[in-house]
Design a binder for this molecule. Structure first.
Ligand SMILES: *Cc1c(COP(=O)(O)O)cnc(C)c1O
Length: 432
């Protein structure tokens, strides 16, 4: 994409200064014109954008609904109560706090509520699909707690629950974290709870990636098994960038105090309004269809990758994502993700289990379908995308294939437009 393009301030961002608006316009066009396969990304509705861009950003509301440290909170109280009630209903959760600014903040709130410094925690290893906040040394969770890890079986790519139990018995964690950023199969929260009970640990389920699938009953609900459940609101849930904590009733007061004043100051009421809107949308039947199509698309994409000679960690997927293991190809994760970016296909490089390459290089790419499914793409488009990827990666330096792929991506994204109300750049004339 040509980043030297300049715009008049005549497009979508009409109240923003031209220099900043230029950057925002370029990003809008990037989103409209590329195939987004980053598994953690999505495109929110106009409703979510409207709520998040609202005057609620002006309001300080430290505290909780009806228990605030500031005046004038009557209406933001309504907003936050709506968000809490909708969230609890979606997950059958006994208790919920919708204030965490992000998934990382939500996880930290649970640790702050449930643990003391130097307590032992057990999570999924980062290079096996876990998240930085599950005990990585470079994260506060690995610095302030004694972190231990379970992984996946190197042959099957699946979590080995007997191994999790064996590790738990040895390290005696105070909390076990069940959840992943890159695990393509079903997580058995009931089994995790049994393990937690055997070693007298809390169970925390981090459903950041799979929240939408859980709402649609395409993945088992962590309730009633987990003591704590954390999530982001911006991945399959398709809401604003943010986090939430849910828990069993008995931990509610502790979680609230951990979020504020423990970790955060004033809540982002405009974001909480956008969460409430996203939870409303997630309660509609369209959302169930959307989640079903995410999984159908992921399975179809995996099938086409396999028939094009790629290996996939665990052999396929049951959810919204997969990792292509590139070790039988000439490319690394880094080279593959850069090559695909050059044809406007966005993925992220990702370690495969026991990856021989460094984290900055990796031997895999992670691919997910939530964003392309939001655009309305279905099985025929998945097949085409997998073929475009295969063709590009097997012919890295072929300029004809490069140009053909770019043209195909342009056509495909034009056929499945997003944010048409804003700016259809491909039809607008842009002044240099
Ligand atoms: C994305 C993710 C997070 C962190 O969310 P942020 O909003 O980026 O802080 C935490 N846990 C898991 C499992 C995730 O996938």
């Amino acid at each position: 994409m040509d980043n030297s393009q300049k715009f008049n301030n005549s497009h979508m961002f009409k109240h923003i200064d031209p220099i900043l608006a230029n950057a925002l316009n370029l990003e809008l066009i990037r989103q409209q014109n590329s195939i987004e396969l980053i598994a953690s990304e999505n495109f929110v509705s106009y409703g979510v954008l409207e709520a998040q861009g609202s005057i609620l950003t002006n309001k300080y509301a430290e505290g909780l609904p009806s228990k605030r440290y500031y005046g004038g909170c009557e209406y933001v109280d309504m907003v936050e109560k709506i968000a809490i009630d909708r969230l609890k209903a979606l997950f059958n959760a006994p208790y919920a706090n919708v204030q965490p600014h992000s998934g990382a903040s939500a996880n930290l709130a649970v640790y702050y509520a449930a643990l003391e410094p130097n307590d032992c925690i057990l999570g999924m290893a980062l290079d096996q699909g876990g998240h930085l906040t599950h005990g990585s040394k470079v994260n506060i969770s690995g610095h302030w707690f004694k972190s231990h890890f379970y992984g996946v079986n190197p042959q099957s790519g699946l979590i080995d629950y007997d191994e999790v139990l064996a590790i738990a018995k040895t390290v005696k964690p105070k909390i076990i974290i069940a959840g992943a950023s890159n695990y393509p199969r079903i997580i058995d929260f009931e089994k995790f709870r049994k393990i937690a009970d055997e070693v007298n640990a809390y169970l925390m389920a981090d459903i950041a990636h799979i929240a939408g699938l859980i709402i649609a009953k395409l993945h088992p609900n962590p309730f009633p098994h987990a003591h704590f459940v954390t999530s982001t609101t911006h991945k399959t849930l398709r809401g604003p960038r943010g986090g939430v904590v849910m828990c069993q009733e008995e931990f509610g007061a502790k979680i609230d105090k951990a979020v504020f004043p423990g970790l955060q100051g004033g809540p982002l009421m405009h974001v909480i309004a956008a969460k409430a809107q996203a939870f409303y949308e997630a309660g509609q039947s369209d959302f169930i269809n959307y989640q079903q199509q995410i999984v159908t698309n992921a399975k179809y994409l995996a099938k086409t990758f396999l028939s094009n000679g790629f290996n996939i960690v665990s052999g396929g997927t049951d959810n919204h994502l997969m990792t292509i293991d590139l070790r039988n190809t000439p490319v690394t994760g880094k080279i593959a993700s850069e090559a695909l970016e050059s044809v406007n296909i966005t993925v992220n490089k990702n370690a495969v289990p026991n990856d021989p390459q460094k984290p900055f290089i990796t031997s895999g790419i992670r691919v997910g379908t939530p964003a392309v499914t939001t655009r309305g793409m279905q099985e025929p488009q998945m097949k085409l995308i997998a073929e475009l990827i295969a063709n590009k990666l097997y012919n890295l330096t072929d300029q004809t294939i490069h140009n053909k792929t770019l043209a195909c991506v342009k056509e495909l994204t034009a056929d499945f437009p997003i944010y048409e109300n804003f700016l259809l750049e491909r039809k607008a004339s842009i002044k240099p």
